[in-house]
Design a protein around this ligand. Structure first.
Ligand code: OGA
Ligand code: MN
Length: 287
């Protein structure tokens, strides 16, 4: 079988056709997908809704899965759940509920798990229930952001270290954690510049959890992080995905940032399920 990769924009992203995600995948097909992921940063596939087992099986081919902890309703499973539906009852969660407030933070440009000691390689998000309007996801290329830098800026930033802090980023939307929740968190440090192991392409790992540049004044660090985000989110470096049920999206958490957009949470249902693949040995592995 031969897959087809159709670019989504001139800068990044491809739609993949020629594979049925509801069937077991051969190693040869996965190898094509894995190479295309390095090249395109985001991949989108459509088809029948993937069940949990298939999603886990597919995701594990990229590497070890992170366990979900903390406040996400799917905590303790391999899934992170973005939904306005109660995980037990399936009822719509009221807009003023803490769980909905927590998800609002997804509307800020971010990359998943940059606040963890071991960052993430990629996420796999599957669309299980899609609202008739709204609820698109936007993505921006931080590989493209890196490429806009001058040679002297690239040299200057090459060895910078960024502090990422989940309590800081959730604090930006006024969300506060309980002391118990805070026990499992704390700032972590990662190199700003990331190099794709497959093709050597460089990017910057940024997004809302990136708080400061180690060794720089807070203001100077903020200015750089905001400048890099501005470069990534220029219209030509972004892609907006309007979901259809059954869509599967894979994004590179070190070469892209993404954000959720509004939908009418009182009128419509939305259920997206994410698996998150660690770039190394996850601190909270899936048991
Ligand atoms: C995520 C996420 C955005 C969305 O699952 O990591 O940010 O549109 N989702 O649900
Ligand atoms: Mn996310």
């Amino acid at each position: 079988m031969s897959l087809t990769f159709t670019p989504l924009t001139p800068v990044f992203g491809a739609r993949v056709t020629g594979v049925d995600m509801s069937e077991p995948m051969t190693d040869a097909v996965f190898a094509e997908i894995r190479a295309a992921f390095d090249e395109y940063v985001i991949l989108i596939l459509s088809g029948p809704v993937m069940n949990d087992e298939r999603q886990v099986e597919f995701s594990k081919r990229f590497g070890p899965l992170e366990g979900t902890r903390g406040v996400n309703p799917a905590s303790g499973t391999p899934f992170a759940r973005q939904s306005n539906l109660d995980i037990e009852s399936g009822d719509v969660i009221p807009a003023d509920d803490r769980r909905m407030f927590y998800q609002k933070a997804n509307m800020m440009w971010h990359a998943d798990s940059t606040f963890k000691a071991t960052p993430s390689l990629c996420s796999v998000l599957t669309a299980r229930i899609v609202p008739p309007e709204g609820g698109a996801t936007e993505l921006a290329s931080t590989r493209a952001a890196y490429e806009t830098l001058s040679d002297s800026e690239k040299a200057e930033f090459e060895d910078l270290v960024i502090e990422h802090d989940f309590a800081y980023s959730r604090g930006l939307v006024g969300f506060t954690f309980t002391p118990k929740e805070l026990e499992t968190m704390g700032p972590v440090r990662h190199n700003l510049v990331r190099t794709n192991k497959g093709n050597g392409r460089k990017s910057v790992m940024i997004g809302v959890h990136a708080k400061s540049v180690v060794g720089w004044s807070y203001e100077k660090g903020r200015a750089l992080l905001e400048d890099l985000l501005e470069r990534a989110t220029r219209p030509e470096n972004t892609y907006r995905h309007e979901w259809r049920e059954g869509d599967v999206m894979i994004w590179d958490n070190q070469s892209a940032v993404h954000r959720a957009t509004e939908f009418d949470t009182a009128q419509h249902q939305r259920l997206m399920q994410r698996t998150t693949i660690s770039a190394g040995t996850p601190i909270v592995p899936v048991l």
